[in-house]
Ligand binder design. Structure first.
Ligand code: FPP
Length: 250
């Protein structure tokens, strides 16, 4: 795949491109407020930034890009903002699908997205089907996603399967392993994120990828999401490369 950035994955002295990058795209509202614009204008600008970041990550050779597009808590926002976010989503998915497909990107959705507005659900279903056979970068969109809900759902799934198999309580307990829990998550089969970037200056995880973040490097930036660009992404990757990942060892 084309590698048109200066982060070189073939040179062993060059910074390594993380295999899985996850992003909490925060600061759209503040970006808009500073410009005297409505919050939805911030989400629209955020979507434009995302479009570029998807392209850049794919070109760089990132294997998985996961973005927090809408959390289980975001329903508490004013109705017009929620409606606006999903309208922007539908518009961009329709507009960008061809380019994503050409770039061999596979779109996946994490979360209970059957609860999102019908038009957005249909548009996502279409995007999933259209990119299903692509084997380039996996672009995970976390939609109506919450880490605790994901873990809870995974346990329900595991318990239901054990009951269907007629397992005794002891057999059930013995069967629980980290691998089994991981395989019941919506990210089953994917590597955990190497780094989680949060824009917008806040330093918290906000219920994102709670199970998967065990050894992720956290990178925070004050830049509001609509201003997050290639330069800032590369700065985050440099910071990631400066960290010494020990996974609990020495
Ligand atoms: C956080 O900024 C951003 C969101 C809650 C929504 C971001 C969603 C998009 C850019 C659309 C994504 C769509 C797809 C298909 C991936 P904020 O509103 O919390 O900002 P603030 O902290 O400044 O108020």
């Amino acid at each position: 795949m084309a590698n048109n950035t200066d982060v070189n994955i073939n040179d062993e002295n060059a910074p390594q491109v993380p295999k899985h990058i996850a992003i909490i795209m925060d600061g759209n509202g503040r970006w808009a407020r500073r410009r005297g614009m409505p919050r939805v204008a911030g989400h629209n600008a955020g979507m434009k930034a995302l479009k570029e970041i998807v392209r850049i990550c794919s070109d760089m050779g990132v294997k998985y890009l996961t973005v927090y597009a809408f959390s289980t808590e975001n329903w508490k926002r004013p109705q017009d903002e929620v409606t606006g976010i999903f309208k922007i989503m539908v518009y961009y998915i329709q507009k960008e699908l061809r380019e994503l497909a050409e770039k061999n990107v596979r779109i996946r959705v994490l979360g209970n997205w059957d609860a999102i507005p019908e038009e957005a659900e249909k548009s996502m279903e279409h995007a999933l089907a259209e990119t299903e056979k692509n084997d380039g970068m996996v672009f995970n969109i976390a939609l109506n996603y919450g880490g605790r809900t994901e873990i809870t759902d995974a346990f329900r799934k595991i318990a239901a399967e054990a009951a269907a198999e007629g397992k005794s309580p002891e057999e059930f307990a013995d069967s629980i392993t980290e691998e089994l829990i991981g395989s019941a998550m919506t990210t089953a089969g994917m590597p955990d994120p190497d780094m989680i970037i949060r824009t917008g200056g806040e330093m918290r995880l906000s219920n994102f990828l709670l199970w998967q973040c065990a050894y992720s490097e956290f990178i925070y930036t004050d830049v509001f999401w609509p201003d997050f660009d290639e330069k800032e992404l590369k700065r985050c990757i440099e910071e990631f490369n400066s960290r010494h990942r020990r996974y609990g060892g020495l």
